[in-house]
Each structure stands twice: as C-alpha cells, then as structure tokens.
Write a protein of this length. Sequence first.
Length: 262
Amino acid sequence: MPSPDRITKLEAVVISHRDFGEADRFIRLFTRELGKMDAIAKGIRKARSRKAAHLEPFTHVALVLARGQSAWIITQADMLTAFNAIREDLKKTAQAAYVVELADRLTAQDQVDSAVFRLVLETLKRLDKLADPFNALCHYELHLLNLAGFRPEFFKCVGCGREIQPQDQFFSPRLGGVLCPQCGSGTGDFERLELSALRYLRHFSRSAYTESARVTVPETARGEMRRVIGAYIRYVTERRLHSPDFINHLNRLESRDGPDGE
C-alpha cells in the first residue's frame, strides 16, 4: 500500500456505513487511489451535518481525509454522482447494493486496484440508466471475478482438461468451471449447464461491455446463468450475500403482482 500524507484527496464509492458513538459513523469506501478502506465521519448523524447525504451507500464522492491517531477522518465530502434513479427505485437500489457488497467481499483491505474501482463505478452508472440491467450485472460479476483472481473456466473441462464440445455440460463451483458430461454425470454437487447458457457465459466473460450490451439473452438462459454464477460466487466468498436474497424477494413480488398475478 502506498504511504499517503496526513492529508489526502480521494475519489471513492461508498460501500456501507455503521454508527459509531453518539454522532459519528464508520464509512467503508472503495477508493481509486488507496483501494478499500474505512474512515470516520465525525458528527454526521447530527441534524445539521452537510456530509450525511454525500456519504450514503453507492454514492460517488470526492473526499478529503486527515490521518487521525487510529483512523482516517473524513473532513470534506463532495458529491460527484448521486445516482438518483437508483435511489428512487427499490429494485435498482437492491441491485446497486449487490454491486458494492460483491466488491466488498472479493477485494482485500487497502489493496489498490483501479480496474476494480472503474468496473464498480461504471456498473453503477449503467444501473442508473438501464431499464433492463441483466447484461450489465452479468458482465460485472464475471469481470470482477476475473480481476479478483477467481475467473471461472468455460472453455475446457476442469475434470479432464479437454475442450468443451457443443452440448449441455455441468458446472462445478468447487472446481471453478465447466465439466464435460463424462466427468460431471452421476454426481450430486454439480450444477447442470445447458449449452445456450454456456455460450452466453463465454461471450460475457471474454467481451468488453460494449459487446455484451448488444446481446439479447432469453429468459430461460438468464435463469440458468444466474443460478450458475450465484452458486460459484457463494462458494468463492464462503458465505451467502445479503443483497441477492432481497433481489429475489423483489422479483417474486413483481411476478406475483404483475399482469398475470393481479
């Protein structure tokens, strides 16, 4: 980690916060310059605090920090991107929470990674604008896994090493990739993976977002891709994330209250 001065200016995305003392908060940040870090916002819970609105989760801010005796202190916060559409839509809010929660789980404290910062920020901007964020989220998951050193294998069987053939396959979260029918059949801990979903996963994993954004993924393949990526992320993070459960809950409510469920 670089050795910053006692006063430093940073560009950051707010991951989360928690109350500290009577009026302060610990703010978890993902910064362009210093990676993931924690800082204290003093007096932020007071009614007159001007920093409070700028330090809510998944805001994009410019900060001035001062080195305290035991922690960084946020002395100034200026909004760069508010993501108003995200804040006005509960489902978008849940999806943005997933973006920052996943980045939090897959990155180490104080490890500088400007590529991860750009990916997080660009994905939040896409969520803020898109009516259908599926492609943006899938691209984000696969490319974040790659940057974090957990790139799943979609082109060779992780069991025998042979090239995957154009047929339905299996996916092993534990082994980190696709298994051919010979290696994956007869086992109970592997995910079935249909050929159409595998083709989309391959495309998203090796393509820039401009190419991924042009693809129209059928709903059947979407469900398969969510299931496989979700199982792999749960294995890699060694815990169940909170935000996907809330997103699934909102999806069930939307399905129940939609035109066919009214």
